[in-house]
Design a protein around this ligand. Structure first.
Ligand SMILES: Nc1nc2c(c(=O)[nH]1)N[C@H]1C(S)=C(S)[C@@H](COP(=O)(O)OP(=O)(O)OC[C@H]3O[C@@H](n4cnc5c(=O)[nH]c(N)nc54)[C@H](O)[C@@H]3O)O[C@H]1N2
Ligand SMILES: Nc1nc2c(c(=O)[nH]1)N[C@H]1C(S)=C(S)[C@@H](COP(=O)(O)OP(=O)(O)OC[C@H]3O[C@@H](n4cnc5c(=O)[nH]c(N)nc54)[C@H](O)[C@@H]3O)O[C@H]1N2
Ligand code: SF4
Ligand SMILES: [Mo]
Length: 762
């Protein structure tokens, strides 16, 4: 019996049996980073059916078989809650009272207001906020560069940048694990759980390696599905991963397991590193990390003996505040001294794109030196600012590879919020919010909310009336994936892009994000910078340098050139090997780049912070907290309006181990309040296999079925873990500014009132 998916596929392959007027269009999903290919049946400009298209990227029926979301692409097209027309606020901010206006009126209004604010306060008065990879952000960034605004808030510091920055500083470019079954001889998966965050091709590949021939090591305080297929599970104490990595280095160096020839030829600072790690004996490390010393030694030996060792890290260690850079640096050293760099089956250095780089797409060069200097990050985060970017970019440009500027310079939310609150060092009065829901996903919801009240102009591009959108002056209706062409590249640090065409023109008056920024640009004197009238034309121009036509992009859904291994050995202009694009030309175990910028040469673990005063601690039991571990079927603050999902995953959950539940004296299934000095939120307590004395809370929860806007804002005050978090730059990481979503603390106590989401409706 073919399953539903196979039937779908067979139907997709079969000749179209539809009415004369129907036709089939290729298109893509964009509900997650895979951008799976679909074929859509279109009748009179409407999609009437959608099927997986296994002939296009990612070419793997298993991806869709494991996905619960893809059918939603049809449901959301005509969903009654979609925003279909430009809206202008008429009531108080947040009152959810709107008038429908035309696009021309909206764009003229916004352009006039932005122009007026720029005259009054300077271009830096405009900031932006972006979120996870839901759309192409480069059109917004181009608009900002030409407008003169240096402050884009993103998710960079806590999602992607720490890895990218530390790889680039150590190796001269970024690294990807090159997992090849049969060749890879050790696989370390650190602080990521692809079973929930990437439950498709990558997770399937990992499962297929379960035969025991490649040792798999999972480093995660929770016993995830990944831990379930691993040979070793290290339930590390959150935030102590840097210490663990230094302990592994200690064993590998002291037992002589490193690749001595590679270290001699290609690593800078080995003696310094060797001396540095002597303080991190397995016993001391085990105590600090809450592990057994034997396990630390075992894992160190597995990795030390690997000659095709692949190491993948994730969000778990991207969000540990001060420890983020030292942890990633120590991991870079683990890869380097074992020679597991730029080698098949191990870790490969990626390439720069053959198609137009992100640096050029964003028109980075258009932002003047004066405006770069105005970026609020200067001098607080010396790497994550234009000075830091320019210095490191000058190193990677030795090999002709430009870094993407906007992510790596994105403004620190604490500094932007401070400028909104105080007008210092200059007034920030206007905000463009694209494809993000910061009232749920940025740290310190109360503070973000207060800051929104102070702004003169908020523009939100959205699908839905989210809590954030309800605070806007203008809400602009965004076209979804199958209503617009899609283009997903890896921030310009790899030679890959995928996506495809729109199946239909946008429904109602929705527009592709690109069109919005182009139209605003045209109204603000940027005509020369927007030669491509449509996003499709812009994608076609972007692909041109790679020799790929729009038609072949649509046909295959991908442009990809695999990176060459052993790039550092290739002869340079003088006939010698080119080496690495760092200051010393070698892999910098001791970082000359960070030293140059005033940072630490060697990875040094940092102490934890507390978000709970004595007064808060008196409320209940004080415990370490991690937030936001990914769970299907939701994604951050999205898809809570899917009734089938809500049926299977109805509540926001806080997980603890069985022993911890007993210690708390609270029955699983009860409602608990988690609190810090910043605020509180309610969750259903659940028991899970994980470290004792630790809480793991969901993130992103709100209630789209409740009334948007004041006072409840779709229930965003109920179970929003970011009511508890902080984005303080002072307690953040020194060089990048990363704040803490993991390895923080909270107080747990039984909720005083039943959860209001047990009500059917508000
Ligand atoms: N379903 C779903 N999928 C998603 C998303 C989503 O919201 N929902 N979001 C997407 C996005 S934006 C991202 S960035 C990726 C993230 O995807 P992943 O990198 O896989 O992130 P998580 O699933 O949160 O995994 C983090 C793991 O780190 C562990 N952890 C927490 N603190 C620590 C620590 O201090 N040390 C160590 N070693 N581990 C720790 C957690 O227990 C958790 O299992 O997922 C993407 N995919
Ligand atoms: N406590 C805590 N906070 C976290 C994290 C955590 O683990 N813990 N994770 C952090 C991470 S890694 C990330 S990436 C962020 C994610 O944070 P966000 O990106 O803010 O989260 P989403 O809920 O995915 O919000 C996306 C919004 O964009 C809209 N949207 C989707 N596609 C489009 C489009 O094409 N155009 C437009 N205009 N809008 C669109 C959706 O309707 C949705 O409202 O959260 C961060 N915050
Ligand atoms: S949600 Fe992701 S895996 Fe599922 S169809 Fe869409 S792009 Fe593919
Ligand atoms: Mo993310």
């Amino acid at each position: 019996m073919p399953d539903a998916l196979t039937e779908n596929m067979m139907a997709a392959d079969a000749p179209c049996a539809c009415d004369g007027g129907d036709h089939i269009e290729r298109t893509n999903c964009f509900f997650c980073g895979y951008l799976c290919g679909f074929s859509a049946t279109v009748r009179d400009g409407r999609v009437i059916d959608l099927k997986p298209d296994p002939t296009r990227y990612p070419y793997d029926p298993k991806v869709l078989a494991g996905c619960r979301r893809w059918r939603m692409n049809l449901d959301v097209l005509d969903h009654p809650d979609r925003i279909n027309y430009p809206l202008r606020r008429v009531g108080e901010r947040g009152a959810n009272e709107w008038e429908r206006i035309s696009w021309d009126e909206a764009l003229d209004d916004i352009a006039n207001k932005l122009s007026g604010l720029r005259e009054r306060y300077g271009a830096q008065t405009l900031c932006s906020m972006i979120g996870g990879p839901h759309t192409s952000f480069w059109p917004l960034h181009r608009f900002l560069n030409l407008f003169g605004s240096p402050n884009n808030m993103g998710i960079g510091q806590i999602c992607w940048n720490p890895r990218i920055w530390m790889d680039v500083i150590t190796f001269g470019w970024t690294i990807e694990a090159d997992v090849i079954p049969g060749l890879t001889d050790c696989l370390v998966i650190w602080g990521t759980n692809p079973a929930q965050s990437d439950n498709s091709a990558w997770w399937q590949a990992l499962r297929s390696m379960r035969d025991g021939s490649t040792p798999i090591i999972a480093i995660d305080p929770r016993y995830t599905q990944l831990a379930g297929i691993a040979d070793v599970w290290l339930p590390v104490r959150p935030g102590t991963d840097c210490i663990l990595a230094l302990g592994m280095l200690n064993v590998i160096i002291n037992e002589g397991l490193f690749d001595a020839a590679f270290v001699k030829d290609w690593c800078h600072g080995f003696e310094e590193l060797s001396e540095h790690v002597q303080a991190f004996s397995p016993e001391l490390v085990a105590q600090a990390c809450g592990l057994n010393a034997e396990d630390v030694v075992r894992v160190a030996r597995l990795w030390g003996n690997a000659r095709a060792g692949a190491l993948v890290s994730g969000r778990g260690i991207d969000q540990v505040g001060r420890n983020v850079a030292p942890t990633h640096r120590a991991i870079c050293c683990l890869r380097a001294i074992t020679g597991n760099i730029d080698k098949p089956g191990a870790c490969l250095m990626t390439e720069s794109s053959d198609f137009t780089t992100e640096y050029d797409l964003e028109m980075t060069a258009a932002l003047s030196a004066e405006q770069r200097a105005a970026c609020l990050n200067t001098p607080y985060t010396p790497l994550q600012c234009y000075e830091g970017f320019e210095y490191i970019n000058s190193l990677t440009m030795q090999h002709g590879k430009p870094l993407p500027a906007r992510y790596l310079t994105s403004a620190h939310p604490d500094l932007v919020l401070h400028a909104i609150e105080t007008g210092e060092p200059y007034p920030v009065t206007a905000l463009i919010v694209e494809a993000t829901n910061p009232l749920l996903t940025y740290a310190d919801t109360h503070r973000v909310f207060e800051a929104f009240q102070k702004l003169e102009l908020i523009i939100v591009l959205e699908y839905w009336m989210t809590p954030t959108a309800s605070m806007a002056d203008y809400v602009l209706p965004a076209a979804g994936a199958i209503e617009r062409p899609t283009f997903q590249q890896h921030g310009g640090v790899a030679n890959i892009v995928y996506g495809g065409p729109a199946a239909v023109e946008p429904y109602y008056e929705r527009r592709c994000d690109y069109d919005v920024f182009r139209e605003l640009g045209l109204r603000l004197g940027q005509a020369d910078a927007w030669p491509d009238e449509t996003f499709k034309d812009a994608i076609a121009s972007t692909l041109e340098p790679a020799g790929m036509s729009w038609e072949s992009y649509c046909e295959t859904g991908i442009y990809f050139q695999p990176p060459d291994p052993f790039k550092y050995l290739k002869p340079g202009p003088d006939g010698n090997p080119v080496g690495f694009a760092t200051k010393t030309g070698k892999i910098e175990l001791a970082s000359e780049a960070l030293t140059h910028l005033g940072g630490q040469r060697l990875p040094m673990p940092q102490p934890p912070i507390t978000l709970c005063s004595e007064q808060t601690r008196a409320l209940g039991v004080h415990l370490p907290l991690i937030t936001g571990s990914r769970k299907q079927p939701y994604n951050a603050s999205m898809y809570f309006n899917n009734p089938a999902f809500r049926k299977t995953s109805p509540y926001p959950v806080a997980e603890v181990s069985e022993a911890t539940a007993k210690y708390l004296g609270i029955e699983p299934g009860s409602i608990v309040t988690l609190a810090t000095d910043k605020g509180q939120a309610n969750f259903v307590l659940k028991v899970a296999k994980m470290r004792d004395a630790l809480v793991n809370a969901d993130y992103g929860w709100w209630h789209p079925e409740w009334t948007p806007g004041a006072p409840g804002f779709g229930g965003m005050w109920e179970s929003n873990i970011n009511c508890l978090t902080s984005c303080s730059v002072e307690t953040g990481e020194d060089m990048i500014g990363t704040w803490w979503y993991n390895a923080i603390d909270c107080v747990v106590f039984p909720a005083k009132e039943p959860l209001s989401f047990s009500r059917d409706n508000e």
